[in-house]
Write a protein that binds this ligand. Structure first.
Ligand code: ACO
Length: 428
């Protein structure tokens, strides 16, 4: 492998070092480009731009590989649990038994929200989208905990990390309860992390509620599969916002908003709404796929395509199998699942999708599971956010320990008007 790339610009030649990652990925280091040549690079959508070195998550989009800290996602999905994966991502290795029980215990002790949060939720309209509510509530944590806002103080970081992981499920469940006009359910610490979330979502003070083990396990699996995905849109948001040295709560509030978009995590809600529309309008799968291919029609086949995966998304494979298992165990017959399978079959044998290497992504089947366990579609992306939270935090922690740490500040190629004289109002 060459040690450097040569760049010829007019009569000048400069050498740009080549950086190689532990899995053989290669990058041209352009940090001296502007100072030595006056040029910058232009890369809309950052499709060719590495923003950092990272030890956390490895993806090979051609081979459909995803590993957290080196461990294949298939093994974690099969053998681990969400809080163990959260620990792995944030602290770099699998926890010992003692470390895991300390971690779980600490999370358990921080699940309650300050009572004044009820006023915050009360001020929101009933139909507030849960992602907007979660982003507002997470942002508000910075006002409740001014004692833990310093991103460079290890003790303050530790406590804010534990608070966030513990409280986000409570916040998401409160958003749901607010929207349906039911009383907020206090966390019940006899349950584990996921069981507690189900209790707060689906329990009510008038009835007994038993957490269904099939449902709990399915949700735990989905959280694991969503836990990190290297420099995606919401994670890059976490790094960019965090690079201003603002506190973790503000960082995560921004990432939640970024995840909400339909081209990112918001796609899971869009998928189920697409499947329901196909069912309700009596459209055939073929008709919808044809529509998704038409450029003048805005509907895409939601849950298909990925910037990095160009062969298959390993998460989608696991979720599809889980989808059949869970629905089978719950005895749910889902017309939406039938439509999803039909759409997948049609798209995977259609030249348009084959040529563009478009495959089902993580969002294609996850909504069918969420739907089968009784979650309303506007909550889907909030579930994604709970799953992705440890990944955002891990990347934020790594940002702050990176020897190359700098505030994130891209440049631009200006294409606006040249210097123009100000025209006084009377002369316009
Ligand atoms: N349906 C129909 N056509 C599609 C789809 C789709 N789902 N996805 C991409 N294409 C087409 C585009 O129109 C484009 O065609 P063209 O070359 O003829 O113009 C080509 O495939 C490339 O698409 P881009 O949008 O340029 O690819 P990019 O890498 O920028 O976008 C993205 C990836 C945003 C995921 C895209 O595939 C998409 O919009 N998918 C649907 C939304 C979705 O499922 N998002 C979730 C992604 S996973 C996640 O974030 C958790």
């Amino acid at each position: 492998m060459p040690k450097a790339a040569e760049l010829h610009l007019g009569d000048k030649t400069i050498e740009l070092p080549i950086v190689e990652g532990s899995e053989g990925e290669r990058a041209i280091d352009i940090t001296r480009l502007r100072s030595e040549t006056g040029y910058i690079t232009l890369d809309p959508g950052y499709a060719n731009t590495g923003s950092c070195r990272s030890d956390i998550t490895f993806i090979d989009g051609e081979k459909g590989i995803l590993r957290y800290r080196g461990i294949p996602i298939e093994q974690l999905a099969d053998r681990s649990s969400f809080l163990e994966v959260a620990f792995l991502l944030m602290y770099g290795s699998l926890p010992s038994g003692d470390q895991l029980s300390y971690f779980k215990n600490s999370i358990r002790q921080h699940t309650m929200l300050h009572e004044d949060f009820k006023k915050l939720y009360g001020a929101l309209p009933k139909d507030a989208h849960p992602m907007a509510a979660c982003s507002a509530a997470v942002g508000a944590l910075a006002t409740f905990y001014p004692d833990s806002l310093d991103p460079r103080d290890p003790r303050e970081v530790e406590i804010s990390v534990h608070r966030l992981i513990a409280k986000l499920p409570t916040m998401a469940a409160y958003a749901y309860k607010h929207s349906i006009g039911q009383p907020f359910m206090f966390p019940n610490n006899r349950y584990d992390y996921v069981g507690n979330f189900l209790w707060m979502m689906f329990g009510n003070p008038c009835e007994d509620y038993e957490v269904d083990e099939t449902v709990r396990k399915a949700l735990d699996l989905l959280f694991i599969l969503h836990a990190d995905h290297e420099q995606n849109c919401s994670t890059s948001t976490a790094r960019l916002v965090g690079s201003s040295m603002v506190n973790l709560f503000s960082v995560i509030s921004a990432s939640i908003n970024s995840l909400w978009g339909p081209l990112h995590g918001g796609a899971n809600q869009q998928v189920i709404e697409m499947l329901a529309a196909i069912r309700d309008e009596g459209m055939t799968g073929r008709e919808f796929v044809e529509r998704a291919k038409t450029k003048d029609d805005t509907s895409r086949l939601m849950g298909f395509g990925h910037r990095v995966y160009k062969n298959f998304d390993p998460r989608a494979k696991i979720i599809k199998k889980a989808c059949f298992d869970v629905l089978n165990k719950l005895g749910v017959h889902s017309k939406l699942l039938e439509i999803a399978v039909e759409l997948e079959e049609i798209a995977l044998s259609d030249d348009y999708f084959i040529e563009r290497k478009l495959y089902p992504n993580v969002d294609f089947y996850s909504g069918v599971i969420y739907n089968a366990i009784g979650t309303p579609s506007n909550m889907f992306t909030a579930l994604f956010a709970i799953g992705r939270l440890p990944g955002w935090i891990a990347q934020w922690i790594e940002l702050h320990t990176d020897p190359d740490f700098k505030i994130g500040r891209p440049r631009q190629v200006y294409t606006g008007p040249n210097e123009t004289e100000y025209t006084p109002l009377a002369e316009r």
